[in-house]
Design a protein around this ligand. Structure first.
Ligand code: AMP
Ligand code: MG
Length: 317
């Protein structure tokens, strides 16, 4: 079997421009950051974001960090706060991610934040990452550029080995400084350290003039699990619906008569791209039950079914 390799791009102006062109066209480009290589897709393009999840082969949707070249563009997508300003002035560009409330009119794909009303944003310091982001002029969603469950890549060859042609191009910027993930600080309410990383809690506290609430590792894992169930529609969700009951909002898949169709052609990338937007839209119509056609349990369908079964689970309180 012949598998084609991703295009390899040099760390030059031409390489950065080519990377931006591929991203603009909805493709995926792996690029170096100061932490690890990121698997980037246009954060405003639902299909590109869905393809990130498909390429990684994760069985669930976890929210992604959106990378930007400049502060003004960040501010156009989030509700900026004085604490965010302090931290950004001190630590950006660099390995610090801020979780902020998303502006209602932001065009960032809802799949990026797995349906939450917040987004995680960062200005990376790596010159190659900055050059690509500047050339594109938009936010790029980028988790680590490896298949789910594999080790994070710190060289272009690691990316190629792990993802093969699941990524369209790899920008070869040599080795990343190893082992430092970005620190994640939540600023939706009081400042919370969501994930420890390259920037220490002490230096954050010093800048803010106050201590951060800290989530320790074990809690952080369960916290990100809770995060996933955070967005549940008000409506109940009925799965594997092969017929519709009167009064239900009908979320279809394939050749069915329905209110909104995740993908008439049974394309799972398209279905994932529409999932959160359509759940929100049907929910906003005030239906008591959203009935969903069966989704094949393969590839991205596994993550879609994971999300839908969380939405259909019994509610607390
Ligand atoms: P990684 O892609 O490995 O850098 O990991 C991204 C991390 O950011 C995950 O642990 C996510 O849970 C976290 N994250 C991304 N978006 C959000 C968000 N909106 N709220 C809270 N955490 C987030
Ligand atoms: Mg990773």
């Amino acid at each position: 079997m012949i598998t084609s390799l991703p295009e390899r791009l040099p760390d030059t102006d031409a390489g950065h421009a080519r990377a931006a062109d591929i991203l603009r066209a909805g493709g995926l480009v792996a690029f170096p950051t100061e932490t690890v290589y990121g698997l980037g897709g246009d954060a405003c393009d639902d299909r590109a974001v869905a393809r990130i999840f498909e390429a990684k082969g994760r069985p669930s949707f976890n929210p992604l960090i959106v990378h930007f070249a400049d502060l003004d563009t960040v501010k156009s997508h989030v509700h900026w706060t004085p604490e965010a300003e302090l931290l950004a002035q001190t630590f950006w560009p660099g390995p610090l991610t801020l979780v902020l409330r998303k502006q209602a009119d932001s065009l960032i794909s809802p799949l990026v934040s797995a349906g939450l009303d917040t987004i995680a944003v960062r200005l990376p310091a790596h010159p190659a990452a900055r050059a690509v982001l500047r050339a594109l002029g938009r936010g790029v969603a980028a988790p680590s550029a490896n298949r789910s469950g594999q080790i994070s890549p710190t060289q272009a060859d690691h990316v190629v080995k792990s993802l093969g042609d699941r990524v369209d191009a790899v920008l070869d910027g040599g080795s990343c400084p190893v082992g430092v993930e970005s620190t994640i600080v939540g600023l939706v309410d009081k400042p919370v350290l969501l994930r420890p990383g390259g920037i220490t809690e002490e230096s954050l506290a010093q800048t803010l003039g106050r201590h951060l609430a800290v989530r320790h590792k074990a809690e952080a894992i369960s916290a990100s699990g809770q995060l996933m169930s955070h967005y549940a529609p008000d409506a109940l969700v009925r799965l594997n619906a092969t017929d519709w009951e009167p009064g239900e909002a009908r979320l279809g898949f394939g050749d069915v008569d329905c209110d909104l169709n995740l993908s008439e052609t049974e394309d799972l990338v398209e279905a994932a791209a529409h999932l959160f937007d359509y759940l929100h839209r049907l929910d906003a119509q005030g239906a008591k039950v959203i009935a969903v056609s069966p989704i094949p349990h393969e590839g991205l369908g596994i993550a879609i079914n994971d999300r839908l079964s969380r939405a259909s689970a019994p509610r607390e309180g």
